[in-house]
Design a protein around this ligand. Sequence first.
Ligand SMILES: [Zn+2]
Length: 279
Amino acid sequence: MPELPEVETIANGLNQVLPGEMIKNAEIFYSGCIKGDITSFQESVKNKQIQGVRRKGKLLILDLDRDKHIACHLKMTGQLLWEDQEKGENFLDKYTQVVFNLASNNRLLFQDKRKFGYLGFFSSDELQQWDFIANLGPDALEITEQDLKDLIGNKKTKLKSFLMDQKMIAGIGNIYADEALFKAGLHPCLRACDLNSDQVTRLKKSLHNVLNKAIEAKGSSFSDYVDSSGNSGSFQEQFCVYGCKGEKCQHCGSILETIKVSSRSSVYCPCCQPFTDDR
Ligand SMILES: [Zn+2]
């Protein structure tokens, strides 16, 4: 699933090309990806100008003129691809669910193999009041050490689950939770409330470090992820634990193990990430 660095990379890419583009119309090939009524979605986006693209947690938001917005959640395998007419690009395939035809004759495509992703049209008020956005915690890139301490409070949740809960911190999924916990030397099953001050400091630093490095590498293309031009990211080459079960820890040489936390598989180093911290 695209997480914060992948969605940030897509938003950055689209921001280079979409502002100023006018949506001529939207062709919909799979009605299940539209939140609400399809005809109303098509009517609403028609002749709207795209002013910018931004990320909110793992959600992409296209800001349109007249205080309107298209929100897009890529979920597991969604992609937003921009086709440059002059280069003769054509990304249309059997997974294409929506085509936004732009006045410049360029196109913006939404495609999704697994069909969990979706798009919705919102006014500014509706967007703010939408449960999904109203319930998001602070953004993982912007979170401060104090925010993290306040959020942890006396929560007994296991650290891995805490990090992936979008109501606590927005933007982190399985990949970056595992990588940040490894960098911080914290076991995924530690209770959030048991972290001491040093551990919270380490966790916050590791989160920012891992996320920023992943953005620099234009995300991780572990499965289906590509950016808005169809290019893969390269952060998977820097993975220390995610997808590395059974391999040797880069730090200490121990064999990396896996453990289930809230039905998600976590890879960790039993030596660098002890269950009790005695470093
Ligand atoms: Zn290790």
